[in-house]
Design a protein around this ligand. Structure first.
Ligand SMILES: Nc1ncnc2c1ncn2[C@@H]1O[C@H](COP(=O)(O)OP(=O)(O)OP(=O)(O)O)[C@@H](O)[C@H]1O
Length: 261
């Protein structure tokens, strides 16, 4: 589904303006298959968001190619829905209006868009809040609305950059379960960036661990634990411990010392 084919990317900085940029991602080759739930772990600044931005089409590689369904990515697409840590909703539209917006832009008629938006809002647990204004929502509700807005467009892939990390533990766990539930009902490729080894162990089919920039894929670990999983189970806890050991072995200075969840 996603193919990173010898991808390199560097950002211009004031120090190297006009010269060759030092790569953040350096000659990365990686494939993600359809329906796979992939979590990405790595120290701060190693290039996780850069990876996601390449998959989203917000960035273009300096070298190599990023492909989705066999076609080179050359910009954002509703087929690849993105949710960031601080999702922004249109403040002048209600929750329903926010979700309907993308559907209307795709040419769905008003009545149908309304029905589809209400269905997905109900699925993410906001059925009682469709007429609420974004300013009145809690952080968790805003993230739910942002997820609904993306899911309403029925993307083939979800690109999630620490989507629940700003939430309290309870809301975060609820949202993880909502996401898993929706993903199991309609499997799609998920690229999920997190700093939490527990979150990765609970959610992932596969965990990618990146080392410090230039981005180095240090570990590519399939997760074979059956679902449903239980956060406090020995298996999930053991996997989280293994992931933490991988992170602690990385030659970097900004290791997560304490899991945020
Ligand atoms: N637009 C930009 N211009 C210049 N440098 C950038 C830009 N975006 C990111 N960088 C640099 O690229 C490196 C990788 O950033 P990126 O956000 O991809 O890392 P990350 O692994 O997601 O970090 P974190 O876990 O802290 O979110 C960092 O050193 C960052 O300062």
């Amino acid at each position: 589904m996603f193919e990173f084919d010898h991808v390199s990317l560097g950002y211009p900085t004031s120090r190297n303006a006009g010269t060759k940029y030092p790569p953040i991602i350096d000659n990365l080759t990686l494939s993600l298959t359809g329906g796979e739930f992939v979590c990405v772990l790595g120290p701060s600044g190693c290039g996780k968001t850069t990876l996601l931005n390449l998959a989203a089409g917000f960035l273009t590689p300096d070298q190599g190619q990023v492909r989705f369904d066999g076609r080179e990515i050359n910009g954002p697409s509703p087929q690849r829905g993105v949710v960031f840590q601080d999702a922004t909703l249109f403040p002048w539209r209600t929750v329903l209006g926010n979700v309907m917006f993308g559907l209307r832009r795709q040419g769905v008629d008003r009545h149908q868009a309304r029905l589809q938006a209400i269905t997905i809002l109900t699925q993410v647990g906001l059925g009682e809040h469709i007429d609420a204004w974004p300013v009145t929502l809690s952080g968790g509700m805003r993230q739910r609305a942002a997820l609904a807005r993306i899911l309403a467009l029925n993307p083939k892939a979800l690109l999630l950059d620490e989507p629940f990390s700003a939430l309290d533990a309870n809301s975060r766990e609820h949202l993880q379960d909502t996401l898993l539930d929706l993903w199991q009902k309609r499997p799609r490729t998920v690229l999920y960036i997190t700093h939490s080894v527990e979150e990765a162990a609970y959610l992932a089919d596969r965990v990618l661990i990146f080392g410090p920039a230039p981005n180095h894929l240090c570990a590519d670990l399939p997760v074979t634990l059956p679902r449903p999983r239980y956060r406090s189970s020995t298996e999930v806890q053991n996997l989280a411990r293994t992931l933490r050991q991988h992170l602690n072995q990385l030659p970097c200075c900004l290791k997560p010392s304490k899991d945020p969840s």
